[in-house]
Design a binder for this molecule. Structure first.
Ligand SMILES: [Zn+2]
Length: 189
């Protein structure tokens, strides 16, 4: 391969890579670099890592959250979206945190009533969020879209009543079944 062929080869690879990225299931880049953001109720900046400022979030999750936001009719305050690995380690996130895999959010619950928390959870379930962690004493809830559903609670002996009611009302155990929830594990951490 001569030099000219090498350069042509590199640029066509770059073009292919650029096309593949544009069609992939993720928004990636620093917030100002993301030009095809479609959510009405959220900005890319809200999901940026609090470490390096980078964003990598699933398009499916953003679209789902946008629909949840429209359904509940009040703002949804994201306290953690994407985490770069160094930041995840600094905040004590687990090694395989879904925040690294771009389909997780932590949502601030402070200022929301129990009925609002219940409705929020119900709509998250309805839009495909499979897994939840309640952190009652810290005033937030984790939600993600992992394939194998899992729920957990931290800091209290059980899930809050509004959360249990939302699972029950949505029919989580009964209907969330085979496709999205092959395995239901309720753990305490
Ligand atoms: Zn989280």
């Amino acid at each position: 391969m001569n030099r000219r062929e090498f350069i042509v080869g590199v640029s066509s690879t770059a073009l292919i890579a650029g096309t593949a990225e544009a069609k992939s299931g993720f928004y990636t880049g620093y917030p100002h670099q993301i030009t095809d953001w479609t959510a009405q109720h959220f900005t890319a900046r809200e999901f940026a890592s609090k470490g390096n400022g980078y964003v990598s979030v699933s398009r499916e999750m953003i679209a789902a959250l946008d629909r949840v936001r429209a359904a509940v009719g009040h703002s949804i305050h994201i306290t953690s979206g994407y985490r770069d690995p160094a930041h995840n380690a600094r905040v004590g996130g687990v090694k395989h945190s879904r925040h690294l895999l771009s389909d997780a959010v932590d949502i601030n619950l402070r200022g929301l009533s129990s009925p609002q928390r219940h409705a929020l959870t119900w709509h998250l379930l309805a839009e495909g969020f499979s897994s939840f962690g309640t952190y009652s004493r810290h005033g937030f809830m984790h939600a993600d879209m992992r394939p194998h559903a899992r729920i957990w609670h931290v800091g209290t002996g059980t899930h809050p009543a509004w959360f249990r009611q939302a699972l029950s009302d949505w029919g989580w155990q009964r209907d969330h079944g085979a496709t999205r929830t092959p395995r239901i594990r309720i753990t305490r951490t």
